[in-house]
Design a binder for this molecule. Structure first.
Ligand SMILES: C[S@@+](CC[C@H](N)C(=O)[O-])C[C@H]1O[C@@H](n2cnc3c(N)ncnc32)[C@H](O)[C@@H]1O
Length: 210
């Protein structure tokens, strides 16, 4: 038996069960769905991106924490177009498409439902499968980040907002600068609900200029 590995996984399990966000999410799984719900709640408290009657694209939406939080903030007429490779249980006001956003079939489904209208927010919590090797994981997430930004170029309304999860490391400054050049304000956010040892951060960009 690998003692070191065993000790490490015990510590991981202990932290997992001690984690208050995970406990809260489990207590009301229908409402919160995931720890990510709490991250978005914190981001919204600070940056105020949601309002009534808007349309949102939620990329990497499963199991539904962000969609569920956003649905509670957009009033009766708001809607969310969500996409994930993994399945997601239904949420009111959310049109979910299962598939890879890099795939044109999924993209076309999103375009069809939008019917040439633009959206007010694009948000992406997409994560690649984490290998634990930053030289692999960072380029992978930056690739997903680039795809989300490209969607802004064609689908985001003037003055719209963009929220994206990314990883700190090589390539981030270049990506951040790209966002800054097309939005009036760009800020970095690290919610308390995001584990401090995780290199994930969120970029909140407002007032799309194009
Ligand atoms: C951290 S989870 C998202 C949690 C979710 N936002 C929530 O609030 O419950 C990241 C998700 O990104 C999805 N994902 C990764 N690459 C993707 C891609 N190319 N297209 C669509 N979804 C993707 C994964 O399947 C995974 O469910």
């Amino acid at each position: 038996m690998n003692f070191k590995k065993n000790k490490k996984s015990k510590k991981w399990l202990k932290n997992y069960f001690k984690d208050s966000y995970i406990r809260k999410a489990k207590r009301n799984i229908n409402k919160f769905r995931s720890r990510s719900w709490f991250k978005l709640e914190e981001i919204e408290k600070k940056h105020k991106i949601f309002r009534n009657n808007i349309t949102i694209i939620d990329l990497g939406s499963s199991p539904g924490g962000w969609s569920s939080f956003a649905a509670s903030k957009i009033g009766k007429k708001g809607k969310i177009i969500a996409c994930d490779i993994l399945p997601m249980n239904p949420i009111q006001k959310v049109y979910f498409y299962q598939g890879n956003i890099c795939n044109s079939i999924i993209l076309n489904k999103i375009l069809r439902i939008l019917n040439k209208t633009k959206v007010q927010i694009i948000m992406s919590d997409m994560s690649p499968n984490i290998s634990g090797i930053k030289e692999i994981d960072i380029p992978r997430i930056i690739h997903l980040n680039e795809i989300a930004l490209k969607l802004c170029y064609s689908l985001l309304e003037y003055n719209g907002s963009f929220l994206i999860k990314t990883f700190q490391g090589k390539g981030l400054t270049k990506y951040y600068n790209k966002i800054s050049s097309v939005f009036k304000t760009t800020k970095i956010s690290k919610p308390n609900a995001s584990r401090s040892q995780s290199c994930e951060i969120y970029i909140v960009a407002k007032k799309y200029k194009n």
